[in-house]
Ligand binder design. Sequence first.
Ligand SMILES: NC(=O)C1=CN([C@@H]2O[C@H](COP(=O)(O)OP(=O)(O)OC[C@H]3O[C@@H](n4cnc5c(N)ncnc54)[C@H](OP(=O)(O)O)[C@@H]3O)[C@@H](O)[C@H]2O)C=CC1
Ligand SMILES: CC[C@](O)(C(C)=O)C(=O)O
Ligand SMILES: [Mg+2]
Ligand SMILES: [Mg+2]
Length: 339
Amino acid sequence: MSARIFYQEDCNLELLKGKKIAIIGYGSQGHAHALNLTESGCDVIVGLYEGSKSWAKAEAQGLKVYTAAEAAKQADIIMILINDEKQADLYKKDIEPNLEAGNMLMFAHGFAIHFGQILPPEQVDVAMIAPKAPGHTVRSEYQAGKGTPCLVAIEQDATGKALDVALAYAAGLGGARAGVLETTFRTETETDLFGEQAVLCGGVCALMQAGFDTLVEAGYDPRNAYFECVHEMKLIVDLIYESGFEGMRYSISNTAEYGDYVTGPKIVTEETKKAMKKILSDIQDGSFAKEFLLDMSAAGGQAHFRAMRKLAAEHASEKVGKEVRSLYSWSDSEKLINN
Ligand SMILES: NC(=O)C1=CN([C@@H]2O[C@H](COP(=O)(O)OP(=O)(O)OC[C@H]3O[C@@H](n4cnc5c(N)ncnc54)[C@H](OP(=O)(O)O)[C@@H]3O)[C@@H](O)[C@H]2O)C=CC1
Ligand SMILES: CC[C@](O)(C(C)=O)C(=O)O
Ligand SMILES: [Mg+2]
Ligand SMILES: [Mg+2]
């Protein structure tokens, strides 16, 4: 049987009436969940730590902010939206001691539950609403009267109402306007990690930068290389987003379409597929999670993460990109980074 997909008419926002929702974390996802749910009429508070740079931002945006422990104590539904690698410590220290039977613990990604970082007690519901977009898009789509597709998964159903309450949450977030696909914590975790590593972030950035480097090394103007291999990616992807690969190919020239068919398989080869399978198996058997959690731990000191971030920031496309983007009259890249 194929998985169900839920829309507005399948969700009852009324189920959240009288329930307090604590959004723990106010970053990319946290701000979008807190503001969208508040504007959908829900009773939302935010949980952070003393000294968090997000605290003043959440208050300035009209939200009541408490420590994570206090917010968890007050809430019926606790959505954990802090960094995956920090969730286990936060849970032990601030959430677990304040959980009551019948509460719902929620996540936007299954990492901490699937990899056994958090083991909730049997008397609480454990659910996931995972938006398939960056938090800033979850917010802007909601504000535009649209929504972001989400995945819903139930790990524990202590109350017997977990799915209905999770779907009500998805409606408040705006996700049910676009569709909420039923899945499991395992599937969401594995597919999300695979997608972001092999295609969306790792794959696409490496492809764009390799294209940029090839043109620059051949002596072409770096600004020209940036337009061709980075800037135009959005315009092509927008067409795919709107009308699929066929729609995109309708819009490009025959020359481009021909080159697309003959050259694509020379770039993404059987070797690339083999590498993708290895990436997936490292995710499935927990090797990636182990490596990531070790580097991000106090002992690891984020040594690898920081070194890779530094190297990425130094790539020649970043300097040119900044210069090129500053010329766009609509440029808001700095705005996004500061939000
Ligand atoms: N980024 C995205 O668009 C997506 C993220 N997700 C998932 O959503 C979750 C949140 O990720 P994301 O939004 O990227 O996170 P961010 O890094 O953007 O934000 C993290 C937030 O948590 C706060 N925080 C950090 N440590 C603590 C703590 N100990 N107690 C309370 N608050 C804390 C941070 O405050 P401060 O900055 O002040 O330290 C910040 O407000 C993750 O599970 C992620 O996988 C899922 C889909 C997409
Ligand atoms: C693609 C990256 C993502 O999975 C997302 C925005 O959905 C993330 O973890 O940020
Ligand atoms: Mg994702
Ligand atoms: Mg992700």
